[in-house]
Every structure is written in C-alpha cells, then in structure tokens.
Design a protein around this ligand. Structure first.
Ligand SMILES: *Cc1c(COP(=O)(O)O)cnc(C)c1O
Length: 370
C-alpha cells in the first residue's frame, strides 16, 4: 500500500497506563491514577441525571448541529451561535483545523514541549513544522513570531501549557496577536481555562472579537469531568467557523455528550468547588517541593511538573509499583521530571508520602555510591 510517508514515522498516542492493567501486573488492589489530568471529583450529578433521561436516543443519530447545546453554551458564554464549533473532544477540533489549513506547502508554528496533538496532526498533513523551545517553561512569543514565514498557516498556543502548567500573560498575548498577519490562524488551546487563577490572564473570548484570526479551544474533559463523553468546542469569528464546518464529521458529537454538557454548564457550583479543591491540592504539592528543594513550574492547571533531577522513568516506576500511575516527563520532553495530576486530598497525601519514601531511598542509593 502507498501510505502517506509521514504516517510511517508516527506512533499512536500513548495514553497513561490503565488502572486494570496495573492492578494485574503488580498485584495491587487499589490504584490511583494521576496521569491524564482527569477530574478526581468526577462530574456534576446534574450531568449524570441528564444521561439517564437521554436513554431513548441510542438508535438515533445525534443532532449534527448540536442545536440545544449550542444555544445553552452561546448563552452561557455570551456569544452568537455562529461563533461556536463543536468537536468530539478538542482533539477533534485540532484535527479539523489541521485538515483545513495544513498541507505539504504550508508551515505551522508551535512551542516545544507542548501538547502533542498539534505536531501529530501537522505531521499527518505533511506540513512544515516549526517548533520553538519554551523559555523557562513558557511560550517564547518573540521567537515564535520570528518563526512565522510566508508559508505559515497556523500558529498553536497552549495556555495554560501542557505539560508545564504555565500561561501566557495578557499583555504578551495581545502584543503577539497584534503582530501576527491576519491570514494566519492563531489557535489558543485553553483546555485548563477553568482552573486559572492568575490576575493577568486574558479574556480570550473577547479577544476573538478583536482578532478575527483567533480561535479559542476549550473542553468538557478536564474540570467538567466528562472526558469519556468527548465534547470540546471552539469559539471564533463566524467566518472562521463557517470555513471549518465542512471539515467536521456530520455527527461528531454524540447525543449523550450533548445532553450531559447542557446540564454540566448549569452546575457552575461544581466547577467552582473543583477549582478551589484543586488549588488546595496544588499548594500541598508546592509545599512538598519547597520542603524537598525540588524545582517545579507554578501551575494554572490541575497538574504539576516536578523536576527530580533523576530519570523520570525511575520515579514513575517506583510510584507505579506502589499503586500510583503518574506521567513520566520522558515522553513529554522533560526527561528528569514527572507530571502529576492533582487528585483528591487523600490521593495527594498518599502520592506525596510515597514520593518522600522515594526521595529517601534515592538519597540512600547515592550515599551507597550506586
Ligand atoms: C486534554 C487536552 C486536550 C484534549 O481534550 P479533549 O477535549 O478530551 O480532546 C486538548 N488540549 C490540551 C492542552 C489538553 O491537555
């Protein structure tokens, strides 16, 4: 078969290890997964009830225009319904954008390390990829601007950034957007938007009004706790949405996701509560890092990247064997770090206790000259 050549260079996305496989392999009965930035508090009870009410729709195709969801979200965000596009997760929107704008004659600019799917999709489309290293864990917007050339069609910004948890301050973002030529689509992936507490964070949606070449991506997979239902959305100028729509599969958002999300939006109390608990959890990680003199990036998300100055896989393996699935920084571009999703209070205390043991045993090994 004559596969696209670039396809042969790719491997499928490596998800965090599954709970079941780890249980079996290490003969453990309790596993805590802090690897994929999922919500440890589940989802809104209202979303669960909405799913039960939707149990007649199995044989029926979902509403391809997601009309009710569109109306609810437009009202919630105070935007027009023509400013919205829905995806089977925001991953699907990254794919739709790539399919619409990238090809072997186009270039695309992104930070590195950042969320893997921008590059993955750009490779599939055969585009020229320009990766700009992070500076102190943050997007280097000056260098990203310099990387833009006459072939550039898409610039990807991830703020807060995965895997560092850092964000782009408002004035830097605006200065950057003012310099990007208007024919280039700027994608601002805000998967962790709801967790942000920084004062100088921007109002991304109002920026889409000022910059008609900006699209904001968000998801119901993270703070809303609905990752398995796969619903993400984009907000942009209606002209951008209109251009992207033909590249969207007609029934990409399932009806269970649509009805659960409508209910989830109405439960902002749940979102607020998760945000507060997440901050408390993060503070616990910060304290731990300070106590053990570990470097980390201050996070605006529900995860934290910690540098252990040893092989990240070693920390990962130690935790895995004791029932904690985390994400080694190795595959994320930070070989001596580990990324932890902030869990419930009990989960955080548990993982930090095992981490203390790891640090003590590692110190002992060093003293023994291993
Ligand atoms: C988790 C994540 C996504 C994907 O979210 P889905 O909506 O579940 O596809 C997109 N971008 C970033 C930065 C993420 O961390």
């Amino acid at each position: 078969m004559r596969w696209k050549e670039q396809l042969l260079t790719l491997t499928p996305y490596q998800p965090g290890k599954s709970i079941e496989s780890v249980k079996k392999q290490y003969n453990l009965d309790k596993i805590v997964k802090l690897a994929s930035n999922e919500n440890p508090f589940g989802c809104s009870g209202k979303a669960l009830s909405a799913l039960q009410l939707n149990n007649q729709s199995m044989p029926i195709y979902p509403d391809g225009y997601a009309t009710n969801l569109r109306d609810s979200l437009a009202e919630f965000l105070q935007v027009e319904s023509e400013e919205l596009i829905f995806g089977n997760g925001s991953d699907n929107l990254i794919q739709i954008i790539s399919r619409s704008l990238l090809h072997p004659g186009a270039s695309t600019v992104m930070a590195a390390p950042t969320f893997s799917q921008y590059k993955h999709n750009a490779v599939i489309e055969g585009a020229i990829i320009k990766e700009v290293p992070l500076k102190n864990g943050e997007h280097d917007l000056d260098e990203m601007q310099k990387a833009i050339d006459e072939l550039t069609n898409v610039v990807w910004l991830c703020s807060p950034n995965n895997p560092t948890g850092t964000y782009i301050p408002e004035k830097h973002l605006i200065a950057f957007l003012e310099k990007v030529p208007p024919h280039i689509l700027v994608v601002l992936d805000e998967a962790y938007f709801e967790y942000v507490v920084a004062d100088d964070y921007y109002e991304s949606i109002s920026l889409t009004r000022k910059f008609p070449n900006l699209i904001v991506l968000r998801t119901f997979s993270k703070i809303y706790g609905l990752a398995s239902l796969r619903v993400g959305y984009g907000v942009a100028n209606p002209a951008i949405i209109k251009a992207l729509e033909p590249a969207r599969e007609p029934f990409n958002v399932n009806s269970f996701g649509q009805s659960a999300v409508i209910a989830a939006i109405e439960d902002q109390e749940f979102v607020q509560d998760c945000k507060e608990k997440n901050r408390e959890g993060l503070e616990l990680f910060y304290q731990f890092c300070e106590q053990h003199q570990l470097e980390f990036y201050p996070s605006q998300t529900n995860f934290i990247l910690i540098d252990f100055k040893v092989d990240g896989d070693k920390v990962f393996q130690y935790l895995l064997e004791r029932g904690y699935i985390v994400r080694s920084g190795k595959a994320l571009g930070f070989p001596t770090s580990v990324r932890f999703t902030v869990g419930s209070a009990e989960q955080n205390e548990g993982v930090l206790k095992v981490l203390s043991e790891f640090l003590a045993s590692n110190k002992q090994e060093q003293l023994n000259g291993k």
